[in-house]
Design a binder for this molecule. Structure first.
Ligand SMILES: Nc1ncnc2c1ncn2[C@@H]1O[C@H](COP(=O)(O)OP(=O)(O)O)[C@@H](O)[C@H]1O
Ligand SMILES: [Mg+2]
Length: 241
């Protein structure tokens, strides 16, 4: 039997992004960004601060739209969709992990993890069951009634990962997921990502400005001033980027 190449999950073609400036004029932040991500990849998008990484991630995550080019997610061109349609796509297909965790401070850990399941039409008992299963997966099953403020940074990020996984996405987008953590907690989160990618085949796109973090991924896309200047296997060092 012929081996099949994994499905293309993300396909960016000549993506540009231009922000209008308040003082007049405009700033172009992304230039001709073109790459595909296949199912099962673990990709790091790396670049210095201000190089356009979050702008790129916001487009990939359907949180923002490009100024030009085409973006296909799971083979579907999503460039022209309405805000409501994009919200449905995000909820069904993507798990998000952010630097500042973005947890609801006044809701329990369990409520936070259940959040993406709210729009799925699942019965309450099923949502609770699933959220508990995800908390167990990140080792926080004993903390379901805590508030996020009662947890350490590393634990908060694990709650955010449980929330990202609750909707059973095939794709996780993480923007500087260890940026607010010390290196020990950061490494734990990165090892967990590696495990999710390896054991469950979840595709991960992670943004970082640090090579020591990027190197947990197997492919590196390096951005400088809104241009891709490297896209390939993870190099041994970032000396030549
Ligand atoms: N909503 C916005 N409006 C105007 N400029 C923006 C906006 N978002 C980002 N930028 C600008 O785009 C550039 C890249 O930002 P960003 O994508 O956040 O970089 P990175 O994540 O690599 O640090 C910066 O110069 C930033 O000021
Ligand atoms: Mg950023």
């Amino acid at each position: 039997m012929k081996s099949k190449k994994p499905e293309i999950i993300i396909s960016l073609k000549s993506i540009t992004k231009i922000f209008p400036l308040e003082v007049g004029g405009a700033q172009q932040v992304l230039f001709d960004i073109t790459f595909d991500v296949h199912a099962g990849e673990f990709v790091a998008i790396m670049g210095p601060s201000g190089s356009g990484k979050s702008t790129c991630m916001n487009i990939i995550g359907a949180l923002d739209t490009p100024s030009g080019g085409t973006y296909e997610l799971y083979g579907r061109n999503i460039t022209g969709l309405s805000a409501d349609e994009l919200a449905v796509i995000r909820n069904q297909h993507i798990g998000f992990v952010f630097q500042q965790f973005n947890l609801l401070a006044k809701r329990t850990v369990l409520d936070n993890v259940m959040l993406p399941l709210m729009y799925r039409g699942l019965p309450m008992s099923e949502r609770v069951r699933r959220a508990r299963e995800m908390l167990k997966r990140v080792g926080l099953e004993k903390f379901e009634n805590y508030l996020p403020t009662q947890l350490s940074g590393g634990m908060k990020q694990r709650v955010a990962i449980a929330r990202a996984l609750a909707g059973d996405p095939k794709l996780i987008l993480a923007d500087e997921p260890t940026g607010a953590l010390d290196s020990k907690m950061g490494n734990e989160i990165l090892k967990f990502f590696k495990q999710l990618n390896h054991d469950m085949g979840i595709t991960i796109v992670m943004i970082t400005h640090e090579f020591d973090i990027a190197k947990y991924a197997s492919r590196l896309i390096h951005i400088r001033d809104g241009h891709i200047n490297y896209d390939g296997p993870m190099p041994k060092s970032d000396r030549n980027l």
